[in-house]
Design a binder for this molecule. Structure first.
Ligand code: 5AD
Ligand code: SF4
Length: 396
């Protein structure tokens, strides 16, 4: 192992899964004697944990890298004090998987690229880069470029370093990847097929977190409802977590309507420690669009689920995700989404403009809702949701 007083700064983009992954990487690096810093100017190593869910998410990362590079050699304290032009820069997460070694072409300053299923290799990669003795001609820069994007399964031990960013709350990954293949979604291509962690490993992680002072947890997966390990399905897992001694509160993210049922709602109503929040992305209110999105449910199925949730989980909140301007979405399709949002009365809705993504099925179809029309539909639903949310707050 490298002798080490090197400081690492991790900049996180994207979803809660990435928040947890950054924490996992911090845990692994701490074990390898790296120090963590909140100040990028003070860091010897800067890691960007990236998101590919929409073009906008990727654009933010590219400009983030650009900013670090611009500062390099001019004001970057840590690199300058060590006679280097720039800190070591790593790109990890979904964009790493999406672009692989092409990242070096667009951003030559990047030293390593590591996909979501290879994060366990980061300490060894850093050791190789740091140990690398540059030739006289390139003494000022790190010449070695490393990319690891072929991993299939994460080793279980990465979840057990005991490192938590927050004192009382932790995220617990129950499943990685996704096998739903919604036609717009990049996740199966960057995070791989659904893989469930073993029930005993999840419980062990929760129990030892609770022993170390954690009182609240969030169970994480792209589609938690599809969880299965031996005879344990998601409802059984929820019931077991509810019985963990010392745990005060827990919740879960994200649910897929196709795999959600009244059985889960009954468990939600019965589990004392479970927060009564359900995030159930609907994506569209039009049957035609739902079909082309490959969501596996109809508008009626979703509406029945929402009604039953409210009946069974008294006082529970319901939130959703919506995509406007998907390929082929007509004014009438959009109107159906509008009506659905109005009917259900979500507590919050996250509204996104459709963004074509590499490898996905929908990439083959025309992105035929003009930009201005997407923006208009986005604004209309946002306005509606604001009115609904205001009304709800007033009632409380
Ligand atoms: N374009 C726009 N929004 C998307 N989402 C996922 N993929 C895309 C895309 N290609 C949204 C979905 C999902 C949320 C996390 O991001 O609404 O639920
Ligand atoms: Fe998370 Fe999906 Fe973005 Fe990856 S692409 S960081 S899984 S939201």
């Amino acid at each position: 192992m490298v002798e080490n007083s090197k400081k690492v700064f991790i900049k996180n983009f994207g979803c809660q899964m990435n928040v947890r992954d950054s924490e996992v990487v911090c845990g692994l690096l701490r074990k390898a004697d790296y120090q963590l810093t909140q100040d990028s100017e003070d860091a010897d190593i800067i890691i960007f944990n990236t998101c590919s869910v929409r073009q906008h998410a990727e654009d933010k990362v590219w400009s983030g890298i650009g900013n670090v590079v611009k500062k390099s050699g001019k004001v970057h304290k840590a690199a300058k004090s060590q006679g280097r032009k720039k800190p070591i820069i790593g790109i990890i997460g979904c964009m790493a998987q999406n672009y692989r070694d092409q990242i070096f072409e667009r951003a030559p300053e990047v030293d390593f690229v590591v996909g979501p299923s290879d994060i366990d290799k980061i300490p060894a990669i850093l050791a190789r880069i740091i140990d690398h003795k540059p030739q006289a001609a390139d003494r000022q820069i790190y010449q070695l470029k490393i990319w690891e994007t072929d991993g299939q399964l994460r080793p279980e031990n990465i979840y057990h370093t005991g490192f938590h960013e927050e004192k009382e709350h932790s995220y617990v990954v129950i499943s990685e990847g996704c096998s739903n293949y919604c036609s717009y979604c990049v996740v199966p291509y960057v995070r791989g097929e659904l893989h469930n962690r073993e029930f005993k490993d999840i419980l062990q992680e929760i129990e030892s977190s609770v022993k170390s002072g954690i009182t609240k947890i969030t169970l994480l997966g792209q589609n938690v409802n599809a969880y299965k390990s031996g005879s344990v399905n998601f409802v059984k897992l929820v019931n077991s977590v509810d019985r963990v001694e010392g745990l005060k509160e827990f919740s879960f993210l994200t649910s897929h309507p196709r795999d959600t049922s009244e059985v889960l709602f009954e468990a939600m109503a019965e589990c004392d420690k479970l927060k009564k929040n359900l995030h159930l992305p609907v994506q569209s209110g039009s049957d035609k669009v739902l079909k082309s999105m490959n969501r596996g449910y109809t508008r009626k199925f979703y509406l029945d689920l929402a009604d039953n949730y409210r009946k069974i989980v008294k006082g529970g909140t319901l939130t959703t995700d919506i995509i406007v301007g998907f390929s082929g979405e007509t004014k009438d399709d959009f109107q159906q989404t509008f009506d659905l949002v109005k009917y259900v009365g979500f507590d919050a809705a996250y509204i996104f403009k459709y963004s074509p993504r590499p490898n996905t099925e929908a990439l083959k179809w025309p992105d035929d809702v003009p930009k201005e029309e997407k923006e208009h539909r986005h604004a209309v639903i946002l306005d509606l949701q604001k009115t609904i949310s205001k009304g709800k707050n007033a009632k409380i």
